[in-house]
Design a binder for this molecule. Structure first.
Ligand code: C2E
Ligand code: CA
Ligand code: CA
Length: 639
C-alpha cells in the first residue's frame, strides 16, 4: 500500500511562505500581472495545505477520516485545475497583443476549467477519479489519469503559445514561462509514475519561485539607493498601465545639478542629497508610483488629477528650497516636466520621448522650472515624431538636397567660397529646418549615413560644374560632432574625394565651437588627417557657447566664423561693437581668416568692412540657394 511522502509538500509550503513575506515587504504585486501572480501564490498555498491534510490522514489508514480525505483531495483537485488556468491567464497577460485575442483565449480555457471542475466535483458521487475504501485507503478510480492528461494538455498549449507567439513576449518573461512549464512538466511526469512522491505542488512552487525571481526580482525592480522602483520595472509596469486604459498623469524630475554637487562636495554628499529628495518625494502622496529612471531622474505617476496637481505643487516647493546637509545649504534645482492623461501617448517609448522633448524646452538659467504638456508642445513633439519617421525613408531613398550660400570677400569684392547646407522637403510638412532633421539624425545614429550621402551629392555637383568651382574656389561642408568623433570617418571622406578625382583644396570642413571645446585625441587625429591632405578646417559658431580658448588654439583652424548672435547690438551698443571689433583683430593676429555670419543689414556690413572682417556671409548678400538658382548667379561679378 502507498505510504505518501509529505516532505516535498512541507518544503514547498516553506518556500511559498518565504516568497509571500518577501512580496508583501517590498510591495511588488501591483499591475494586473502582479495581482494575478498574487492569486496564483495563494492558490498554491491552499492546495498544499489541503494536500498535506489529505496525505497525512491517508497515511493513518483510518476509515473514520474517509470523508475528510475525500473533501481535502477534492479541494486539492479543484485548486490544481484553477492554478493551471491562472497560470495560463498570466501568460496571456504578459503577451503583447490585441486584448481581444487574450480575452478569447482565456474564455476558451475557462470553459475547459468548468468541465474539469464538474468532473472533479462529480467524483464525490461517482468515484471515477478516486475514492477511499473501507480500510481507510486512498484508491485511484478508472479515470484517475484524466487530471494528469488535462494538466499536460494545458502545458502543451502553453508551449505552443510560446513557440508561435514568442515575439509577443518580453524576452525575460518568456524565459520565465518556459522554465515554469519545464519544471512543472518534470514534476507532474514523476508523480504520475511515483504516486507517493506528491511532487506536483512542489514543482508549481519551484516554478513560482523561478518566475518571481526572473520577473519580480527586487534587484531589478527596486533602486538600491533610493528604494523607489527602478527603470527595469518601468518597462514592465508602464505598458501594463497603458494597456489597462486607465487614466494616469506623470511628472518627470531631472536634477541636473547632481553632477556638479558630486564634483564639488564628493559623491557621498551627492548620494545624501539624492536620498533626501527621494524620501521627500515618497512622502508626498501614498498613491503615487515613483521610479528612478536615470541617476538624476525620477518619474512620478499619479492616478487622478487632484493627486497630480498636489504633487506638482509640492515638488515645485521642494525644489525651490535648498537642502541642508551638515553645514552646507545646497541649492538643488530641477526641471519638472508634466503630462496629464499620459495614457493617451500609446506606448512607453512615446511617453519617454515626449518627456525628453519637454525637458529640452527648459529655458536657460539655473532655477527650478516647470514645463507642462500643452497644445503647442504637443504639436511640436508630433512634428518631430513625423520628421523622425520620415528620416528613414529620406535616407533610404536619398531624398535630401543641398543648398549653397556664397560668402562675400571684402578684399576681392566678390564671392570666394560657399557653404553647403542640407535641405529636406517633406511632402506635407514642407521644408524641414536642418537643425531639426540633423538633430534627429544625430539622436538616431543616422548622421554618418546622412553626412556621406550629402558629401557625395556635393562631390557630384563639383564634378559636373568644374568651371563654377574654379570661380568660387571652395565649398564649406558642415561636419557634426558624431561624424568627427567616428573613428576612420576622415579617411572615408578623403576616399570619396579621391573617387571623384577632385582637388582637396576645393573642400573646407566646418566644426562647431562646442565640439572643438571638448578636445580629444580622436578629434585631433581627424583634423590632422584632413590637414595632411590639404583640406582646411573652419571653426563654426564662435561665440555661441562657452568655448575654451586654450583648446581652440591647439587645433589647426584656418578660418573662424563669428556666430550670428555676436552681431546682436553692434550697431547700437558701443561695448558690443568694441568686443566684436577686438575679437576680429585677435583672430586675425592669430593668423585666422575671419568670417562674419548672419549679416542682414547694410549698417552691419559697413561696420564689418571698417573692422577688417575678411568674409561676410548673410542674407544681405544672398540666402542659401538651390543648385539651379546658384547657376543663375554671376559669381565673378564685383559687388
Ligand atoms: P550653420 O552651419 O551655422 O549654418 C548657417 C546657418 O545660418 C544656415 O542655416 C543659414 O541659412 C543661416 N543664415 C545664413 N545667413 C543668415 C542671415 O543673414 N540671417 C539668418 N537669420 N540666418 C542666416 P540653416 O541652413 O538653417 O542651417 C542650420 C544649421 O544646420 C547649420 O548652421 C548647421 O549647423 C546645420 N547643418 C545644415 N546642413 C548641414 C549638414 O549637411 N551637415 C551638418 N552636420 N549640419 C548641417
Ligand atoms: Ca556652418
Ligand atoms: Ca554657423
Amino acid at each position: 500500500m502507498i505510504q505518501y511522502n509529505t516532505d516535498f509538500l512541507i518544503a514547498g509550503l516553506v518556500f511559498l511562505m518565504v516568497l509571500l513575506v518577501h512580496f508583501v515587504r517590498v510591495n511588488q504585486l501591483n499591475g494586473s500581472s502582479g495581482r494575478l501572480f498574487w492569486i496564483f501564490i495563494m492558490e498554491g498555498a491552499l492546495t498544499i495545505v489541503a494536500d498535506l491534510i489529505a496525505a497525512t490522514l491517508c497515511n493513518m489508514r483510518n476509515p473514520e477520516y474517509n470523508s475528510t480525505i475525500i473533501a481535502a483531495t477534492t479541494i486539492v483537485y479543484i485548486l490544481e485545475v484553477l492554478i493551471i488556468f491562472t497560470f495560463y491567464v498570466f501568460t496571456q497577460i504578459l503577451r503583447h497583443c490585441d486584448r481581444k485575442i487574450k480575452k478569447r483565449n482565456s474564455i476558451v480555457a475557462f470553459i475547459s476549467v468548468v468541465i474539469m471542475e464538474i468532473i472533479v466535483i462529480s467524483n464525490v458521487f461517482f468515484h471515477q477519479l478516486f475514492y477511499c475504501n473501507s480500510r481507510g485507503e486512498y484508491v485511484y478510480g478508472p479515470w484517475y489519469l484524466v487530471i494528469y492528461v488535462y494538466t499536460m494538455l494545458f502545458v502543451a498549449v502553453a508551449i505552443g503559445n510560446c513557440v508561435c507567439h514568442g515575439d509577443q513576449y518580453v524576452k525575460k518573461e518568456l524565459q520565465a514561462v518556459w522554465e515554469f512549464v519545464l519544471i512543472g512538466f518534470v514534476c507532474v511526469a514523476i508523480e504520475s509514475v511515483h504516486h507517493e512522491l506528491l511532487l506536483t505542488e512542489f514543482g508549481v512552487v519551484i516554478g513560482t519561485v523561478v518566475v518571481s525571481w526572473i520577473i519580480y526580482n527586487p534587484q531589478t525592480m527596486i533602486d538600491s539607493l533610493t528604494g523607489v522602483y527602478a527603470k527595469g520595472h518601468l518597462n514592465q509596469w508602464l505598458p501594463e498601465q497603458i494597456r489597462s486604459g486607465r487614466q494616469f498623469h506623470v511628472l518627470q524630475i531631472s536634477m541636473w545639478k547632481l553632477k556638479q554637487i558630486n564634483k564639488l562636495y564628493g559623491n557621498s554628499v551627492g548620494d545624501k542629497v539624492l536620498l533626501q529628495r527621494a524620501e521627500e518625494i515618497k512622502n508626498l502622496k501614498e498613491n503615487n508610483d515613483i521610479f528612478r529612471i536615470h541617476g538624476n531622474q525620477f518619474l512620478i505617476f499619479s492616478k487622478n488629477k487632484s493627486d497630480y496637481e498636489d504633487t506638482k505643487r509640492d515638488i515645485l516647493h521642494l525644489f525651490h528650497t535648498p537642502i541642508q546637509i551638515g553645514e552646507n545649504s545646497i541649492d538643488f534645482p530641477a526641471t519638472i516636466c508634466g503630462i496629464m492623461d499620459a495614457q493617451e501617448l500609446v506606448d512607453i517609448d512615446m511617453l519617454l520621448a515626449y518627456l525628453g522633448y519637454l525637458s529640452i524646452l527648459k529655458p536657460k538659467g539655473d532655477k527650478t522650472t516647470l514645463i507642462e504638456n500643452n497644445e503647442t508642445t504637443k504639436q511640436g513633439f508630433l512634428y518631430e515624431q513625423r520628421v523622425k519617421k520620415y528620416m528613414n525613408t529620406a535616407i533610404e531613398d536619398d531624398l535630401f538636397e543641398v543648398y549653397y550660400q556664397p560668402l562675400y570677400s571684402v578684399k576681392e569684392g566678390r564671392y570666394v567660397t560657399m557653404e553647403a547646407l542640407s535641405r529636406l522637403n517633406h511632402p506635407s510638412l514642407g521644408m524641414i529646418p536642418p537643425d531639426i532633421f540633423i538633430g534627429q539624425a544625430e539622436k538616431d545614429g543616422q548622421i554618418i549615413k546622412l553626412g556621406k550621402l550629402q558629401f557625395r551629392r556635393v562631390c557630384r555637383f563639383m564634378k559636373s560644374h568644374t568651371e563654377l568651382m574654379k570661380q568660387i574656389g571652395s565649398v564649406k561642408f558642415n561636419l557634426s560632432p558624431l561624424e568627427l568623433l567616428n573613428p576612420g570617418y576622415s579617411q572615408e571622406l578623403i576616399k570619396i574625394i579621391k573617387e571623384f578625382g577632385l582637388p582637396y583644396g576645393w573642400f573646407q570642413f566646418e566644426i562647431t565651437e562646442t565640439v572643438a571645446t571638448e578636445y580629444s585625441e580622436e578629434l585631433y587625429k581627424t583634423i590632422k588627417d584632413f590637414r595632411d591632405v590639404g583640406i582646411e578646417i573652419c571653426l563654426d559658431d564662435f561665440g555661441s557657447g562657452y568655448a575654451n580658448l586654450n583648446t581652440i588654439l591647439k587645433l589647426p583652424f584656418s578660418t573662424v566664423k563669428l556666430d550670428r548672435s555676436m552681431l546682436n547690438g553692434i550697431c547700437e551698443d558701443k561695448q558690443v561693437a568694441l568686443l566684436y571689433k577686438n575679437i576680429v583683430a585677435i583672430m586675425q593676429n592669430l593668423g585666422h581668416v575671419v568670417v562674419a555670419e548672419g549679416v542682414e543689414t547694410e549698417e552691419e556690413v559697413k561696420l564689418l568692412k571698417e573692422w577688417g572682417v575678411d568674409l561676410i556671409q548673410g542674407y544681405y548678400y544672398t540666402r542659401p540657394v538651390s543648385r539651379k538658382d546658384l547657376l543663375l548667379i554671376d559669381l565673378n561679378k564685383q559687388l
